[in-house]
Design a protein around this ligand. Structure first.
Ligand code: GRF
Length: 218
């Protein structure tokens, strides 16, 4: 049985897609063994606990208290590195075959990525934009604004390997999302989430089929 560990921050609709796909065989011979959230109120934790999947709440606040940053523009770099080193420990302790970031909103550092790389443990992320198009947060809203300004007719979704450069890792799967006829932001969000729920399942299955190879370049 291949073991999937999922990182989340929010409602977990993509986590639910993975749970359902493991149950109905779209991801064969695999199960979600652990869910980690950086936000203790994330609804996704309730979805996991409803299926008796073990969960961990791993918040950044204790690290910011332990490693304060009083500079004018605080980056909390020391807190982030310490947080990420412990996150790597939590993940590796579960000995998964793959780590899936499904709406995990933290930007990870090498303190997290390097230990996973050493263990040849693939880590993938779902992002609501095509590779190299919109990077970072609020991509759906930004695409919507550009659509209304007549600057684009489509956007997309990708599943990619995670590297330290945000949203820039090698794409595994991508799918365009046509925005023609979109009347509201909610309608666009719905189109994108429906695309995401299929792509995260296909991307996870594809990487599991590849096995534990060190595809990711640091
Ligand atoms: C998804 O749109 C994902 O692309 C983005 O955050 C959202 C998470 O949705 N990074 P959910 O928590 O899986 O419902």
């Amino acid at each position: 049985m291949r073991k999937i560990l999922v990182l989340i921050s929010g409602s977990g609709s993509n986590l639910q897609a993975l749970i359902d796909a493991c149950e109905d065989g779209r991801i064969p011979d695999a199960s979600i063994v652990h869910v980690v959230s950086d936000r203790k109120e994330a609804y996704g934790l309730k979805r996991a606990e409803a299926k008796n999947i073990a969960t961990t709440r791993h918040g950044i606040l204790p690290y910011k208290k332990r490693h304060p940053d009083d500079s004018p523009a605080p980056t909390f770099e020391a807190a982030r590195q310490a947080y990420d080193a412990d996150l790597a420990g939590i993940v590796l302790a579960q000995n998964p075959d793959i780590v899936v970031c499904a709406g995990f909103m933290r930007i990870v550092t090498t303190s997290f990525l390097d230990p996973l790389q050493k263990a040849a443990l693939p880590i993938i992320n779902l992002h609501p934009s095509l590779h190299g198009d919109l990077i970072g947060a609020n991509c759906i809203e930004r695409a919507w604004d550009e659509f209304n300004a007549g600057k684009r007719k489509e956007t997309g979704v990708m599943v990619h390997f995670v590297i330290k450069d945000v949203d820039m890792g090698e794409p595994i799967l991508q799918k365009e999302v046509d925005m023609t006829g979109c009347k509201t932001l909610e309608e666009l969000q719905d189109r994108i989430h429906r695309t995401e729920h299929g792509l995260i399942v296909d991307g996870t299955r594809l990487v599991l089929e590849r096995g534990r190879a060190p595809q990711q370049q640091p």
